[in-house]
Structure formats: C-alpha cells, structure tokens
Design a protein around this ligand. Structure first.
Ligand SMILES: Cc1ncc(COP(=O)(O)O)c(C=O)c1O
Length: 482
C-alpha cells in the first residue's frame, strides 16, 4: 500500500519520463495542484519533495519546482568530427527531395524537413495581413513587382537589420524567393562552375543543392557542435586551396544549432577579407535564439568585409511565403540583375503582407512567443531520446532554432533508418545528406540523423520516437555476429 503523496509522485514521475514536462519546465504550483486534485497542500509538497530527492525536480525559489536534466542524453562530443578534407563535387540530393515531399504530406510524422508545424506560426495575423493587402492595394497585385522587391518590405528589413547593429540602406536589400534563392544568387554573383567553395560539415542540404546546381566544388570543414566553424581550420584551408567563396551559418546553424562567438565571427570575416574572398552568411535562424539578446551577424560585426547576408521569413512566418532577402552592398546591381534574369521578381502579395506584420510589431511579438516553445520542444524530444534510444546515442544541444542533430551508436545506418522510417510514415533526415557526397553508411555522417523539433508535442510524436528507437535497436541486433 502506498500513501497518497507517493501515488501522486508516481504519476508525476511518469509524466516527466514521458516527456510531458521537459527539463527546465516548472511543475504546477503547490496550491494550484492541490486544488486541481482535491488534495491537501502538504500532500503535494510531500510528493514534490520525494521527486526532488529522486533527482527529478529541483526547488527553485522563484519558479517553484522545476524538472531537472536527469533524462537528457549525453551531448555530442565537443570536438568536431575529423575527416580528410578535400574539395569534392556535390551530388545525390535525391533523398532531400523525398523529404521535401513528405514534409507536405500530413500522412507522415514530419521529423525530416526543417519546417515548423502551423501551431508555431502566426497563422491568423498572416491571414489578416494578406486580406488587408488584397483589399487596400488590389492594383499593386496586378503587375510585376520591382526586381529588388517592394520598397515597403525593403525598408522594414533595413530597420530590423539595425536592431542587430547593421547599417543597411533599403535600396541594398534584394527580396528573393526564400533564403534558398538568396544563396543561389550570391553564389552566382561570385563564382564560376568548377570553383571551390568552403562550407561547414555537416552542411545544410539546401546549400549542397545550390552548389550542385551551380556546378561548384565543396570544401567541407568540420564544425564544432557548440561554436561552429573554427577560424584556424579556415585559415589552413585558405592557405592550401584556391577558394572562391565561403558559406556559413554563424547563428544557430542547421543542423548543429551551434552559435559562433563574436570574436570568431570577426576573425573569420577578417581572414576572408584579407584574401579578397567573399563570405556568404546564412542567418536563417538568427531570430530564433533561446537566451540573451539576438546575436549579431558577421555582416553586422565586419561592415568593411565583402559579405552577402542572406535570410528568410520561412522559419518565423511561413515557408510558403517564399520570402527571403540578400544584402551585399558591393554587389547590389549584380544581384538585382541576377534576380531579374532568374525570375523577374518575387510576388507582391506576400511582400506587402509581411511589411505590414513587421510595421505592426506583430512579428517581434511572435518571436517572443515562439522561442520558448522551440526550446521546450527540443528539450522534450532530447529527453525522450535519452529515455528511448539505444545506449551510446548523443544529441546536440542547440542554442536556437528547432532542429536536433543526433549521433546514433556505431552500427546504425541513418540512411537505412530513414528509409525504414518512411515505411512507418515517419520522415527523418539522414545525416548522409548533410555531406557533399552522401554515400549511405559510408558517408562521414552515416550514423547521424537530424530531427525537426517544430512538431506537435503529442502522443503521436512519442510513438514515432519509440518506433525510431526500435528500428535502431533492430539494426544493432542484426549487426551482431551470430
Ligand atoms: C539554414 C537554412 N538556410 C536556408 C533555408 C532555405 O530557406 P527558404 O525556405 O527561405 O528558401 C533553410 C530551410 O530549411 C535553412 O534551414
């Protein structure tokens, strides 16, 4: 027989283990829970103390009882994965296309593509802004928008850039069809087919697609899971190879979630500037940090350097807007021309609607609301992985964004896992596609996967994680000598 406080502690323990309360999250207040469960305050206090003694909770003067990190899986090791670094052509991004199809199909548990579920997006505000634009400016929607983009949006973007310390003239902002086009135009502006471009390893696979499309060679330098590309590694590579451009994500990289210290951002910008090599900076996740002020970009920290700043509203408002931008004051005329000959201009309707959202302050409010949701979602998924996945699994500790980079024990093939998971209606991104030459388990990231955390935190997610864990276990058992 157990006492009521023990029963309550048992229930709460189960909820924590099932991930209903993530690490760092506060449990209901003592009085609130006592009222809800028709128990005495002393019973609730006794059960919280029991969980505290078992290491599940920590009493915090200001926040009450908070879930501890007891169930977090080990982090990725600090050092970047070492592998021989040679320029290589980029190929075989077919799996990325499969993921992109699954991302649009509700039949799948969409842990593959880095696409936020609608609950993380300001749907109503966006709908309202779109309707307002249709009503207020119908004539504007009946002709081509300027190739550089709508002046209203370019002005708002220039204002937002000032918040991170970058002084930008609105006429230097070029609106693109998402960050993907911003990256493509930037690469086109400074490279020729066959040129060598430095990228990070692991690299966002959309960048690899852009390199493949442009016929460029990738020199993939191993990045640190916490701090990203190391300036020393870059310096060595620049001494060895005729590099024509460098592309990096300094703020909350995809897939690592790493955040480069400002000193490294400045040093990297300087190293490149000294050699006349342009830096293409992808700041897609810069607005989605979990703590502290918004990090500055290399672009803001090194105003004299030759930097293409690329970003997007895909992760904060909606990927379907297809709205991004690129700013490179030394190359504005060329970028405008490249945009024009690629697809004339981006549609006016989403541009004018987003300009309204930015003007109204609604965008900033949305960011404040969504950042803690992403942090809690990633902690919850990490803790489920720690509980369910085979021993030896390691998980990144992103400081922003909404993806997790998971290292599976040796013997698990991430590519095979992704294919098996598709058979269970779950999409995940195999680590191999984050490398320029994905070759299944033979790839440097063969035993890695990336998970999209911006999904509903419900029982379906828990079941999907259980299925993935079982598939990993089965692969390990199959690999054991008979
Ligand atoms: C780092 C990074 N850059 C660029 C993109 C492409 O974004 P967009 O939808 O704006 O083209 C993505 C989307 O996943 C991304 O994660």
């Amino acid at each position: 027989m157990s006492f009521r406080y023990q029963q309550l502690a048992g229930e709460l323990q189960q909820q924590i283990e099932q991930g209903q309360y993530a690490c760092g999250e506060r449990l209901p207040g003592v009085r609130e829970l006592a009222k809800r469960r028709a128990l005495s305050v002393s019973t609730v206090v006794a059960s919280y103390r029991l969980l505290e003694a078992d290491g599940y909770l920590q009493a915090n003067n200001r926040s009450g009882y908070v879930v501890t990190a007891r169930h977090q899986p080990p982090p990725l090791s600090g050092a970047p994965l070492q592998h021989s670094v040679l320029p290589s052509s980029v190929s075989s991004q077919q799996m990325a296309l499969t993921l992109s199809k699954a991302a649009a199909d509700p039949a799948y548990m969409r842990l593959g593509a880095a696409v936020p579920a609608p609950l993380y997006l300001p749907q109503h505000a966006l709908q309202k802004a779109l309707q307002q634009v249709i009503k207020a400016a119908p004539a504007r929607l009946m002709c081509y928008e300027a190739s550089r983009g709508a002046p209203e949006l370019r002005r708002e973007i220039a204002r937002r850039m000032a918040l991170q310390g970058a002084v930008v003239a609105p006429q230097d902002v070029i609106i693109t069809n998402g960050c993907q086009e911003a990256l493509m135009l930037s690469l086109k502006a400074v490279t020729q087919p066959g040129d060598i471009v430095v990228i990070e390893a692991p690299a966002f696979y959309g960048l690899l697609q852009a390199l493949e499309a442009a016929g460029l060679k990738a020199l993939a330098l191993p990045a640190d899971p916490q701090t990203g590309l190391a300036a020393d590694a870059l310096q060595q590579a620049l001494a060895q190879w005729p590099v024509k451009a460098c592309v990096l994500i300094a703020n909350y990289s995809n897939p690592l979630g790493s955040l480069m210290p400002d000193a490294d951002k400045k040093r990297i910008a300087q190293l490149l500037a000294e050699r006349g090599i342009p830096l293409i900076e992808d700041d897609t996740y810069g607005d989605l940090g979990f703590a502290g002020p918004r990090p500055a970009s290399c672009f803001a920290l090194a105003p004299q350097a030759d930097i293409f700043y690329c970003s997007t509203f895909s992760k904060t408002l909606s990927p379907d807007l297809r709205l991004g931008w690129v700013i490179a004051p030394k190359h504005t005329a060329k970028l405008e021309y490249l945009k024009f000959i690629s697809n004339i201009s981006s549609a006016a309707l989403p541009q004018l609607a987003v300009a309204r959202l930015l003007q109204s302050g609604r965008y900033e409010r949305h960011l404040r609301e969504v950042r803690p949701l992403y942090q809690a979602a990633l902690q919850r998924i990490s803790s489920s992985i720690g509980r369910l996945f085979p021993a030896g699994t390691r998980v990144s500790q992103p400081q922003g964004g909404f993806v997790l980079w998971v290292e599976l024990p040796q013997g698990v093939d991430g590519y095979l896992l992704a294919q098996q998971a598709l058979g269970e209606n779950i999409s995940i991104a195999p680590g191999a596609i984050f490398s320029p030459t994905p070759a299944g388990s033979a790839s440097v990231f063969g035993n890695f996967i990336r998970l999209n955390g911006a999904v509903e935190q419900d029982a379906r997610l828990e079941r999907a994680l259980q299925t993935l864990a079982q598939l990993c276990q089965r692969q390990l058992e199959a690999a054991k000598p008979a």
